[in-house]
Design a protein around this ligand. Structure first.
Ligand code: NAD
Length: 484
């Protein structure tokens, strides 16, 4: 068994297949974005390990499915509890691995991860209660387990985002093969230990580490998976969709965004400025971030000075420090990508209102940046940067702001600040987005639907929408009066 010590925690660098640790000869290197420190050499899976993991999940499936929601509930409850019990370690390893804020991981992401497991285990208990009465028959609606699910997750919140899939998947009675992100694979490895501690049987949850183009592609193309749930970039989704189209495997996509953040003239500008500054948290590596500021021209100057004041208070630096709000970008490659967007925008005549360059905190730290003088068709407005880079546009009326807000190929989220409820709700109804936050941001209710429109995704998860995906839904229409 191979392992590494990360943030004082021993983390296995092997795969987890059929309840056992499995090492590959090939490894990939993981370094911390905080300071470039080498953290681990992790097993790089190939189609062999993917085949073994899918076969293990297939073998474990009948027994796990037959437990029913009631039989699975106590096991998943223990799993949720073991996440909470090991919360400090998970948060510390996550921060070391992907550079996200330690305080955010400890106080929000880890508790949310435990809730993802607990919520869907609880919800599954009520799944098969529904009947629909019709004149001749009673329709009994059943959510039956679907089989083996492939779960592919991104690096910007790997532990929490993996539980967002593992929770409903296992609660539904499916078994899983997870392919964690190669840029931040370590906390998913911890998840395997916690599953074992909770008594989840071998083969129910398998984890194959590896590079997307190799292990991920092998999993997506595997002929024996029944579901594929992917969170990541729109470009990768197109490759995965081409694979699952061949096997007609139902596929769920949670993808990138370029979400509008609308500030109306009647908004609470102080609250809007604080929330807008928050879009820089985790160096803007947040899919839901409202990265396009659309400000009513009447309050543009006033709002900009409030935002400037809020941003100037934000500490850029080591994400392990409590006061830090903007940490590093994940890898040198991603840093170059972010910088490339900004440099190309500058060449097109876009001007920095602030920021635009490397921050003195270190190699991978980019200044919180606001770009003005942009036009709607420019790359910097149209494409997801996934860094601490916001654009600034003003509007004169509702028609204009809706054209700007809806003028990209994305539709993940939107933020609207207005004190006029009628106006806020009118705009919220018109904007193309899976989630619209009015006078708030990042508030998530697990019973509510979550997902993206347009190129931001296919399908919705959360509440019973998750079970719509992970289950085979059946209607048993039983003729009334036909039973002895
Ligand atoms: P990515 O698409 O590069 O990688 C995501 C996962 O896919 C990784 O595990 C990777 O190894 C794997 N992968 C890569 N190529 C593959 C292939 N050919 N076949 C199968 N798997 C492959 O995305 P990323 O850079 O890890 O994550 C950032 C992106 O994720 C951003 O676009 C962000 O907006 C999006 N995201 C969306 C949500 C959401 O809920 N909508 C949440 C978080 C992140």
């Amino acid at each position: 068994m191979a392992s590494s010590k990360v943030a004082g925690v021993s983390v296995s660098t092997d795969h987890f297949i059929d309840g056992k640790r499995v090492e590959s000869k090939n490894k990939f290197q993981v370094c911390s974005p905080i300071d470039g420190k080498h953290l681990a050499d992790v097993s790089a899976g190939s189609s062999d390990e993917i085949d073994a993991a899918v076969a293990a999940a297939r073998r474990a499936y009948p027994k796990w499915a037959s437990l029913g929601p009631e039989g699975r509930h106590p096991i998943l409850k223990r799993f949720a509890q073991s996440i909470l019990d090991h919360g400090k370690e998970i948060a510390a390893v996550e921060t070391e691995d992907n550079g996200s804020l330690l305080i955010g991981n400890a106080t929000r992401m880890v508790p949310r991860a435990a809730l993802n497991i607990q919520f869907f285990a609880d919800r599954a208990l009520k799944l098969n209660d529904e009947t629909i009465d019709s004149p001749e028959v009673v329709n009994h609606i059943r959510f039956d387990p679907a089989g083996v699910a492939a779960l592919i997750t991104p690096w910007n919140g790997p532990f929490m985002l993996t539980t967002w899939k593992v929770g409903p998947c296992l609660a539904a009675g499916d078994t899983a093969v997870v392919k964690p992100p190669e840029w931040a694979p370590l906390t998913c490895s911890l998840m395997a230990d916690l599953a074992t501690e909770a008594g989840i049987a071998p083969g129910v949850l398998n984890i194959v580490q590896g590079i997307g183009e190799e292990a991920g592609a092998a999993l997506a193309a595997h002929p024996d998976i029944d579901r594929l749930s992917f969170t990541g970039s729109t470009d990768t989704a197109k490759l995965i969709g081409a694979s699952t189209a061949h096997s007609l495997t139902p596929t769920s996509f949670e993808l990138g965004g370029k979400s509008p953040f609308i500030i109306c003239a009647d908004a609470d500008l102080d609250a809007a400025a604080q929330t807008a500054a928050g879009q820089y948290f985790n160096a803007g590596q947040v899919c839901l971030a409202g990265t396009r500021l659309l400000v009513d021209a009447k309050v543009a100057d006033e709002f900009q000075s409030k935002l400037r004041a809020a941003v100037s208070q934000m500490v850029v630096g080591d994400p392990r420090e409590k006061t830090t709000r903007v940490g590093p970008l994940i890898t040198p490659e991603h840093y170059k990508r972010v910088e490339g967007f900004v440099e190309r925008a500058f060449k097109e005549g876009v001007k920095p209102i602030w920021g635009g360059h490397r921050h003195s905190a270190g190699e991978l730290y980019f200044e919180p940046t606001l770009l003005g003088g942009v036009s709607q068709q420019q790359e910097i407005v149209q494409r997801e940067v996934f860094g601490p880079v916001l654009t600034w546009q003003t509007f004169r009326d509702e028609d204009e702001v809706m054209k700007l807000a809806n003028g990209t190929d994305y539709g993940l989220a939107a933020v609207i600040f207005s004190k006029n409820e009628e106006r806020a709700m009118r705009l919220a109804r018109q904007v193309v987005a899976g989630t619209v936050w009015v006078n708030c941001f990042f508030v998530r209710e697990l019973a509510a639907p979550f997902g993206g429109s347009r190129n931001s995704g296919i399908g919705r998860e959360g509440g019973n929408w998750s079970f719509d995906f992970y289950c085979d839904i059946k209607n048993i229409a039983a003729m009334k009066g036909s039973f002895a």
